[in-house]
Write a protein that binds this ligand. Structure first.
Ligand code: GUN
Ligand code: ZN
Length: 454
């Protein structure tokens, strides 16, 4: 594992949200934009943040400074729902959820019993996250414990804060992809002991979704959650109408889809439910009362024809929400692009998603959804130094549009609308530059000494 550089400083234009909010309208007050700012990282954490002018006295002669005068620096982007083994099957044609799982997903995931294969895809996946400015993700592996080892090892090499877990699945899937209630419990327990809290890794108990777990297996998942309360719970909920009807048929004694999870003790402040496109009123209330979170995955919901997620209801019901790519049903690793699709999903419902709200759902709001807002999400001193250096002029078209930006919010909205991985100039993990885009312009200006700064 590479260690965090002891002390380093970054100078440039910084944008974040100072505090979390309970209503979208409060966000503009929390925007913190510093045209010429200084961020000092020490041992992976933010040691000082403020204006360049005020910060110069904090610098010692031997602190290296990276100066990005032309870029925009934002907190590391957070992907609250993604499947690393599905990286290779993005763009699988023609099916909605249940058929898509059987036709494409299960055959792909079968390959991950092979440790070498799992390692190879895990390495590729982590590089793809970095290339897209994603510094933290909540990740599905496969049913194979090997897939979890592969991913955590790849994340650990980069010192990334990653949350992941072994899929629990004991029915309605190919036999070779099924565990049992007992083996899922035992394997998950072993993986929790091995990985949870090791470095920056965190574990998520991961029943795939209610249809692929027997009641006995869900009870075992609940037992694990009770034994390890600070471990996460990560699953899918109310994504597709046929899926919901199937759950009601399989669990007739429960009041609805979410009630299945709630009954087995799987709701709570570290529980994240992907999709939630078709929730009923009492389910919104249950998510609120249990402090559970939602991962909103617009590219996936559009690609699989699942439906339009009603984002405004998260504010109405005070339910935590973060943005998710849901690769491989999702069609991009890029969180900025995903936000652009989120905007369109809201447009189709007559709602406006502002650029600030969009960025919030990918940074501080997502950190809150993952119960990590004490560690991630903005540039507060003491938090972990994960951030992204954005190039707003990655293409001629973007440059043309940016030159006409009316203000910061318009510039951010234009960035989100036109974004792809070319906008990621550099990605910093725990104070260290883990990714740099050599194609991107202009080149960073490394200053030998603070007093030589322009
Ligand atoms: N529901 C159960 N499994 C999956 C999956 O792999 N992807 C999506 N999008 N939904 C699911
Ligand atoms: Zn998913």
């Amino acid at each position: 594992m590479s260690s965090a550089i002891a002390r380093t400083a970054i100078r440039g234009r910084f944008l974040d949200f100072q505090n979390s909010v309970t209503q979208a309208q409060e966000l503009p007050e929390q925007v913190r934009y510093i045209e010429d700012a200084l961020l000092i990282c020490e041992h992976g954490k933010i040691q000082w943040f403020g204006t360049w002018q005020a910060g110069q006295s904090q610098l010692t002669a031997d602190t290296p400074i990276q100066h990005y005068p032309e870029h925009l620096i934002v907190p590391g982007l957070i992907d609250t729902h993604v499947h690393f083994p599905q990286t290779e099957m993005m763009g699988a044609y023609g099916e909605q959820l249940l058929e898509w799982l059987n036709s494409y997903t299960f055959p792909t995931e079968l390959q991950f019993s092979d440790q070498a294969y799992a390692n190879q895809i895990a390495q590729f996946f982590v590089q793809e996250l970095l290339k897209n400015g994603t510094t933290t993700a909540l990740v599905f592996c496969t049913v194979h414990p090997e897939s979890v080892d592969a991913l955590f090892e790849a994340a650990q090499q980069q010192q990334m804060r990653l949350i992941a877990g072994k899929v629990m699945m004991d029915r309605h899937a190919p036999e070779a992809l099924c565990d049992t209630a007992e083996s899922a419990y035992a394997d998950s327990k072993t993986l929790i002991e091995k990985w949870h809290g090791k470095g920056r890794n965190l574990y998520a108990i991961t029943p795939r979704f209610a249809p692929t777990s027997s009641p006995e297996q869900l009870a075992r998942a609940g037992q694990l959650k009770a034994e390890y309360p600070d471990v996460y719970l990560h699953t899918h909920l109310s994504e597709n109408p046929n899926e919901i009807a199937w759950v009601k048929q399989l669990f007739p004694e429960q009041q609805g889809y979410l009630d299945v999870y709630h009954h087995y003790g799987l709701t709570g402040s570290r529980s994240v439910f992907a999709h939630c496109v078709h929730l009923e009123e009492n389910e919104w209330q249950c998510l609120h009362q249990t402090d559970s979170a939602i991962a909103f995955c617009p590219t996936s919901n559009l690609f699989l024809g699942s439906g339009l997620f009603p984002l405004q209801r998260t504010w109405e019901h005070q339910v935590k929400v973060g943005i998710g790519t849901d690769v491989g049903a999702g069609t991009s690793f890029n969180i900025l692009h995903t936000l652009s699709e989120a905007y369109k999903v809201q447009q189709l419902q007559g709602n406006k998603l502002s650029a600030y709200e969009a960025l919030y759902h990918a940074t501080l709001g997502a950190a809150k959804a993952l119960d990590l807002d004490d560690k991630l999400g903005n540039f507060t001193v003491g938090k972990e130094a994960d951030f992204v250096v954005l190039d707003l002029h990655a293409t001629a078209l973007q440059s043309l549009r940016q030159q006409r930006a009316k203000n910061l919010e318009d510039a951010l909205f234009a960035l989100i609308t036109l974004a792809d991985d070319r906008n990621i100039h550099a990605t910093y993990i725990y104070g260290r530059r883990a990714y740099y885009n050599p194609e991107s312009n202009p080149k960073p200006n490394t200053e030998a000494h603070p007093t030589t700064g322009t």
